[in-house]
Each structure stands twice: as structure tokens, then as C-alpha cells.
Design a protein around this ligand. Structure first.
Ligand SMILES: Nc1ncnc2c1ncn2[C@@H]1O[C@H](COP(=O)(O)OP(=O)(O)O)[C@@H](O)[C@H]1O
Ligand SMILES: [Mg+2]
Length: 252
């Protein structure tokens, strides 16, 4: 069964078409990677899939476990089990990490999990991930290093244990130890009931979270798909020559 399906999805940003008739199916248990250089539309795709209002979806549908979630708002999508690890998480001075996490978890879990239990789960998971307790009382992403931001995204991922997670450049700006710990956490969450879309610029995170399929994205479209070996080809040969699809309107 497809845990996540994107069908003929097109997205405009500021009146310009950035995602172009994009389709992708991911089966439960699979990890797919999208690789593409800066500006190819990876973040636009992930933000619009999650339902960010700044992105104008002009056509297409998105299915989670077979259910059409295209028109749901972000919080509803999260409740259905969709997760986005953002490339650039927002800083909110005055809102603590702990407060933010409790709100996010409460949105998804509703009244099923009492607040005291939510607090406990956050504390326990943070401890497991060797995140110091004082981290939870800091202002959300405010002055956080790249590594701290990604660690928080990963803590959130781990607590929510979503059905389908889109991770947008979770590896960018991380040193090798931080990359390893984040990637190992993602790897440990792989399961037959869960799917992942790992969006990345570089191949190295895929050494730790081995994808079933790799897709190359150029100009808002997948131009090539293959197995994990495709990531290695890209690493050695770059994105040049990867574009068999002529882009109407684009200069040669
Ligand atoms: N908020 C925005 N306003 C204007 N243009 C945008 C905005 N977000 C993205 N774009 C444009 O969309 C294209 C794709 O950007 P993005 O999705 O961030 O690519 P990637 O994540 O692959 O680097 C770029 O040309 C970028 O300039
Ligand atoms: Mg991006």
C-alpha cells in the first residue's frame, strides 16, 4: 500500500510555477530520497505538502495512507500523521522549546495523553537523546546552532513517531557527529508502518539512512529515479547531464 502519494502536484510561489506536475508514490516501509541542488524546489515541495499557506497549490492531490489530505490545514495534516522536519525552523523568542513541544504533541494527541504524561515523555526522550534539561527552557530556535535546530527537529520527530516524515535538509550544516546521531535516530524509526522522504543536497546522510529509491530533482520536477547507487553517481558526477527532460521556456 502507498503510505504517501503525490499526484500531478503543481505549486506557485509569488506567481511563479516552482513545482511542476510532480508525482511520486511511496509504499509503507520505504525510504525515498530527493536530491537536488539549491533552488530546484525541494523546500517549496516540502512546505507545500505540509500545507504552508504561503505556497499556492494550483493542481494535484496528496494522499496519506490512501486518504486525500490535499486541502487539510497543517495542524490537521499533523494529526493524520504527517511530519515535516524543516530546513529552516522558525525562531520564536519567548516561547520555550518545552512549551512548543507540549503544544505540538497536544495538537496531535488531543486528550488521549494527559499533560503530565506529555511532559514525562518529552523529558524521557530528551534524556535518551542526551539533550540537557535546560535546552527545554530555552527560547525556540532563538540563537540555536544549526546542530541544535536539527536536534530539536529530530526530538520532535521521535516523540510524534509520525506515519510519514519529510525531512528537508536535516543534514545541512551538521558536523559529522551531529549528522550521525540525527541520521541514526531517523534510521531507528524506520518501520513497515512508516515512510520517509529524505530531502538532501549531499549524499552523506544516505550512508546512515539507506534509501530504497533516490530521485533527482531539477527545476521542480523529478528527472531521474534509481536505487541508492544513484546518490553515489550524483556525488561523483554532479547534477550536470542529469536533465534528459527538456524544460520548455528555459534557456538552453
Ligand atoms: N518565499 C519565496 N519567495 C520567492 N521565491 C521563492 C520563495 N521560496 C522559494 N522561492 C523560489 O523558488 C525556487 C525554489 O526554491 P526552494 O524550494 O527553496 O529550493 P531548494 O530547497 O531546492 O533549494 C527558487 O528559485 C526560489 O528563489
Ligand atoms: Mg531547500
Amino acid at each position: 500500500m502507498n503510505i504517501f502519494e503525490i499526484k500531478n502536484f503543481s505549486v506557485n510561489v509569488e506567481g511563479k510555477e516552482i513545482i511542476k506536475d510532480f508525482s511520486l508514490s511511496i509504499k509503507a516501509g520505504e525510504v525515498h530520497a530527493i536530491m537536488g541542488k539549491n533552488g530546484s524546489g525541494k523546500t517549496t515541495l516540502s512546505m507545500s505538502l505540509m500545507g504552508h499557506p504561503a505556497y499556492d497549490v494550483t493542481s494535484g492531490q496528496v494522499f496519506l495512507s490512501g486518504e486525500d489530505i490535499t486541502d487539510l490545514d497543517t495542524e490537521e495534516k499533523a494529526r493524520k500523521g504527517l511530519f515535516l522536519g524543516m530546513q529552516h525552523p522558525v525562531a520564536i523568542p519567548g516561547v520555550s522549546v518545552g512549551n512548543f513541544l507540549r503544544t505540538a504533541l497536544k495538537n496531535v494527541w488531543g486528550d488521549k495523553v494527559p499533560v503530565t504524561e506529555i511532559r514525562k515523555r518529552i523529558k524521557d526522550e530528551a534524556q535518551k537523546m542526551k539533550i540537557p534539561a535546560e535546552f527545554l527552557s530555552r527560547s525556540l530556535n532563538d540563537g540555536f546552532s544549526g546542530g541544535e535546530k536539527k536536534k530539536l527537529e529530530t526530538l520532535q520527530l521521535s516523540l510524534l513517531a509520525p506515519k510519514f516524515a519529510i525531512m528537508d535538509e536535516t543534514d545541512s550544516g551538521l558536523d559529522i557527529d551531529a549528522l550521525k546521531s540525527v541520521a541514526e535516530k531517523i534510521h531507528s524509526l524506520r518501520s513497515p508502518e512508516r515512510g520517509f522522504l529524505i530531502i538532501t543536497h549531499y549524499q552523506r546522510i544516505l550512508n546512515y539512512v539507506k534509501p530504497d529509491y533516490v530521485h533527482v530533482m531539477i527545476n521542480g520536477k523529478i528527472v531521474k529515479s534509481g536505487g541508492p547507487e544513484l546518490a553515489l553517481v550524483l556525488e561523483s558526477e554532479g547534477y550536470e547531464g542529469m536533465s534528459p527532460v527538456k524544460n520548455e521556456g528555459a534557456k538552453a
